[in-house]
Design a protein around this ligand. Structure first.
Ligand SMILES: Nc1ncnc2c1ncn2[C@@H]1O[C@H](COP(=O)(O)OP(=O)(O)OP(=O)(O)O)[C@@H](O)[C@H]1O
Ligand SMILES: O=P(O)(O)OC[C@H]1O[C@](O)(CO)[C@@H](O)[C@@H]1O
Length: 441
């Protein structure tokens, strides 16, 4: 396929908004072209400031729409691309790899697409990891597998070594799939690329089942994680209801944000207590969790508790803080702690509870994506390719307020979304579980 044919084909793919090739990247990722109410909300700007901007400038800032562009920056016949997956596993990683590789190959005619093995380690020669040729044959069925066919890793690598590798391999577009740590790494790589005056585009596809990436409505894999978590809650409920004074306790992932615990609890409405990092809880007081649990158990003979892994970390302040190789705090096991506290509390009260503890965390995040997430991954991957081929850089692909948009890395990096205690999600959890008195008391 000739480049001109490809450009014609891209033009027919959708309405191209703005062309901002890598060559003029100093313009940054922000554009002033979108003035809908949606996008004003999307930008999270104080409404009064927006009104003032609108009055003064006749427009307000918004995010650039994702999608194919009229002009492409790279020559597909010469272009080499790399994709890397970093951090923890997440359903849909293989769908993303597949969608990026197939879009590059079939839609743009790119023939050199490399998978970097084991996260950032893949760029460092000393580790000796080979690259993978992401041909259509290689990727065609990978979405049926969980995990990532490329592997992943945690741990900081030298940025100059990564840049040297990109230069050695003559990479034009680097796709990075990962969470907040990956975003920080991507930003540093993008800055280094600028320093070295290279024409390499860096596009991040945000990933985490915690769903806490700032300015991303829902990260891929989250929907699947909610599905599987709901099954765990169902099982815990059946177990709890099957015995007098039965208690089902489920621990779900969510380091700093309780989106998974809160959303899964709403799916089936079997949970009676949901403990998340955003809401401080008292365990032992008269309006504390254990008293509320005792009331529930004596009245209804069974109870279901969902606890997010980041909840109640204040109970471990006497223990030394540990870090993983990427510098993330290793959380203490709140699930086991709560289990022990519940057991001790009811032993002392001589109430013969039967407690079943379920921790499905790693099973959830390592499974393949459900259909909804697969569809979503397809959109994210294709939009990432469109952005990269247009020569855009320093951005992540996001779905925000029902639009696929480009978010400049600096707008999202270092920040985090959390469950709003006064927002609709948490208020619905309070209604469904009736635990308002617990968290407010
Ligand atoms: N500030 C930083 N500067 C450079 N590299 C970083 C930085 N933070 C993290 N990284 C690197 O980015 C990679 C991914 O980071 P991390 O292990 O924190 O996972 P993540 O992308 O946040 O995903 P998850 O949500 O699964 O934790 C790691 O190799 C890590 O060392
Ligand atoms: O056990 P690991 O691989 O360090 O990862 C645990 C963390 O990864 C996440 O799943 C995010 O990817 C968090 O929810 C969890 O705290």
């Amino acid at each position: 396929m000739k480049t001109t044919d490809i450009i014609t084909r891209i033009q027919t793919l959708g309405d191209a908004a703005i062309d901002s090739p890598l060559a003029s990247r100093s313009q940054g990722g922000y554009t002033q072209n979108f003035v809908s109410d949606d996008r004003r909300i999307a930008y999270n700007v104080d409404p009064e400031k927006l009104a003032a901007d609108l009055k003064t400038h006749g427009t307000v800032p918004g995010f650039e729409s994702a999608g194919p562009r009229k002009k492409i920056y790279f020559d597909p016949s010469k272009l080499k691309c790399a994709i890397v997956t970093c951090g923890g596993l997440c359903p849909g990683l293989n769908d993303i790899i597949r969608s990026v590789a197939l879009e590059l190959h079939h839609c743009y005619g790119v023939r050199h697409i490399y998978g970097m093995k084991y996260g950032l380690q893949g760029f460092i020669p000393q580790y000796g990891h080979d690259t993978v040729d992401l041909t259509p044959d290689y990727v065609s069925q990978i979405m049926d597998m969980g995990g990532t066919v490329l592997g992943s890793s945690r741990g900081t690598q030298d940025m100059d070594d990564i840049l040297d590798c990109l230069e050695r391999m003559s990479i034009g577009i680097l796709f990075m799939v990962g969470g907040d740590g990956t975003l920080m790494a991507a930003k540093k790589i993008t800055d280094k690329i600028k320093e070295r005056n290279l024409k390499i585009s860096v596009i991040v596809i945000p990933k985490t089942i915690d769903n806490d990436i700032f300015l991303v409505s829902r990260s891929f894999g989250f929907d699947t994680a909610v599905d599987i978590s709901t099954n765990a809650i169902k099982g815990a409920h059946n177990e709890a209801a099957g015995y007098p004074f039965g208690i089902g306790l489920i621990k779900l992932m969510g380091r700093h944000s309780g989106f998974l615990a809160a959303t899964a609890a709403l799916a089936q409405q079997d949970a009676n207590f949901v403990l998340i990092p955003e809401i401080d809880i008292d365990l032992y007081g008269p309006s504390g969790f254990l008293t509320a649990l005792e009331t529930r158990i004596t009245q209804r003979k069974h109870a279901v508790i969902v606890v997010a892994e980041g909840a109640g970390q204040k109970f471990f302040t006497d223990q030394a803080t540990e870090y993983d190789p990427s510098g993330n705090i290793r959380l203490k096991d709140i699930g086991v702690f709560i289990k022990n506290e519940i057991t001790q509390w009811f032993n002392e009260k001589q109430i013969p509870v039967t407690l079943k503890y379920i921790d499905p965390s790693y099973m959830i995040r390592s499974l393949p994506a459900n259909a909804n997430d697969s569809v979503y991954c397809g959109f994210l991957g294709r939009n990432a390719v469109h952005a990269g081929m247009a020569g855009k850089t320093g951005l992540l692909i996001s779905h925000w307020n029902n639009h696929y948009v480009h978010i400049p890395m600096e707008a999202s990096a270092g920040k985090r979304k959390q469950v709003d205690p006064h927002g609709r999600l948490w208020q619905s959890v309070l209604e469904a579980t009736g635990q308002g008195s617990l968290v407010n008391g």
